[in-house]
Design a protein around this ligand. Structure first.
Ligand code: FRU
Length: 491
């Protein structure tokens, strides 16, 4: 059910008596609630925000609209953790409602500095004619956990040459200067990212656009994130308006990165290679990274996309975040691995040591479930293909299949259960080589994250099967394959 403007732009204090409680009841009854992913208690979750480390804890916020699954009045909802696995609920982090964020506290980032956590975010406002006026605003958390918004925005205007699509600042510090990149749309309706600099976090100077080689690359870049890894510069962003081509760009909007020499903040030149999508699955958007005390670059993303209905909408909630992944560089490409801390979730273990598969699929005792971790390695002897059918039953299955002839790894969710965004296609695929393949799956009640060959590729997707669809079938095609698998339940 779509809400009216009035319903969408209410503050939480304006809830009808019992409204949130009755929504919570509806949410509880949903059989697609996740076991170990971050999800909203009611309403809609989107981008991860303010991912940071402060006073011995990881902090992670997400965009939250409490009243339903529309994109309405957005809050920053706050979680904290010592291990990136178990998250404590810290309540609302940033509430909108001031003149500079009257229509939502939109996405942004956070950085610890001199004993405080600084959060730079976009205040979304609409005037009487519903024209958007974005502001870049600051909120600060102190040692007691109290978050205070500054009285006035730090960047009150959109510079000339850009439209009101100007948001999602990502902060970092370099020497004595602070920088942020902001996602923008040029007046000619092409997307880009711009750079600001500050010496005190209060006053920010517009430096100009990042000079990438991507002059006409979509109509808007959301959620830019710049960081350095192994001495190279990486710009991650979520461009909107790219055309599908080959195996690329089949989701409604994309998320990806370019890598090059580190950004020259003076000339703003970022010499880089080709844009690559970060994920091969159906549901991945607006990732944000942080560097932790161990020096790891960790990324979390929204396991969802804008402008797509979700089968849980009628139950009053939508979407979740991905698991945290560590990013490393290998031969000019980002590698994503689930952080090792996730092994603490492992409970009951099942193992299948070296078994031969021929042209039929096999199931094994103990290898079933609706929330588990599964690592599976295949050695294609004479077989031409191999893979796994999971969350399977007589009528449903989600399939990951490696075809050694066409050299493609293909995920098929056409029979995964309740369809999602089917008009954007029900398979996703990418090129893959070799006669061995390792598939590392994190299956939750309504999602799967498949790490391929230790993070060379990742397929991240929501799936909406019946709770009874819990079989796991291993298969090889047109020949023999050797395989081994290990699985852990999470409960
Ligand atoms: C990306 C995005 C951001 C914006 C936020 C609003 O999904 O559209 O650009 O700040 O979501 O919730």
């Amino acid at each position: 059910m779509k809400m009216t403007k009035e319903q969408k732009y209410r503050l939480i204090e304006q809830a009808e008596p019992g409204e949130i409680a009755s929504l919570e009841k509806k949410v509880e009854q949903c059989h697609w609630r996740q076991e170990f992913h971050i999800q909203p208690s009611t309403g809609l979750l989107n981008d991860p925000n303010g991912f940071s480390y402060y006073q011995g804890e990881y902090h992670l916020f997400y965009q939250w609209f409490p009243f339903g699954t529309d994109h309405g009045m957005k809050y920053w909802y706050h979680l904290k953790s010592r291990d990136l696995v178990t998250w404590a609920d810290a309540g609302i982090g940033i509430a909108p409602g001031d003149y500079f964020d009257s229509h939502g506290a939109y996405s942004g980032s956070a950085m610890a500095h001199e004993g405080k956590l600084y959060m730079l975010y976009t205040g979304n406002t609409r005037d009487r004619d519903w024209i958007r006026h974005p502001y870049q605003c600051m909120a600060v958390m102190d040692e007691s956990g109290l978050i205070t918004k500054w009285e006035h925005p730090v960047i009150p205007n959109v510079p000339e040459g850009y439209t009101d699509h100007f948001r999602d600042p990502k902060l970092w510090k370099d020497g004595d200067s602070f920088y942020c990149v902001i996602g923008a749309q040029r007046a000619n309706l092409t997307g880009c990212a711009v750079l600001y600099r500050s010496t005190d976090l209060h006053t920010w100077q517009f430096q100009g656009e990042l000079r990438t080689g991507l002059e006409t690359f979509g109509y808007m870049w959301e959620c830019p994130d710049y960081f350095e890894l192994d001495g190279l510069g990486v710009l991650v962003f979520s461009p909107q308006g790219l055309e599908p081509s080959g195996d690329e760009n089949h989701n409604i909007y994309q998320s990806g990165y370019v890598i090059g020499k580190s950004l020259d903040t003076g000339t703003r030149i970022l010499e880089h290679g080709a844009f690559r999508e970060l994920d091969r699955g159906f549901d991945f958007y607006a990732p944000q990274t942080m560097i932790d005390p161990q020096g790891r670059r960790i990324m979390v993303a929204w396991m969802g996309l804008p402008d797509i209905d979700c089968p849980t909408d009628p139950n009053g909630w939508a979407h979740c975040l991905t698991l945290p992944r560590e990013l490393t560089l290998h031969e000019g490409k980002l590698i994503q691995r689930p952080i090792p801390e996730l092994t603490t979730l492992r409970r009951k273990r099942e193992e299948r040591v070296a078994d031969a598969l021929t042209s039929e699929s096999k199931t094994y005792t103990g290898f079933k479930g609706t929330a588990y971790e599964l690592i599976c390695e295949y050695d294609l002897l004479s077989a031409k293909a191999c893979g796994i059918e999971f969350r399977a039953s007589a009528t449903e299955k989600t399939v990951i299949r490696y075809d050694a002839v066409s050299r493609k790894l293909v995920m098929d969710r056409s029979q995964s259960g309740e369809p999602v965004a089917a008009s954007y296609g029900e398979i996703r695929q990418c090129a893959m080589n070799g006669d061995r393949i390792k598939l590392h799956l994190f299956v939750d009640t309504s999602s799967v994250e498949i790490f391929v060959n230790d993070g060379e590729e990742v397929f991240t997707s929501r799936i909406f099967p019946h709770p009874e669809s819990d079989e796991i079938r291993f298969f090889a095609d047109k020949g023999e394959a050797l395989f081994q698998a290990v699985k852990w339940d999470f409960t």
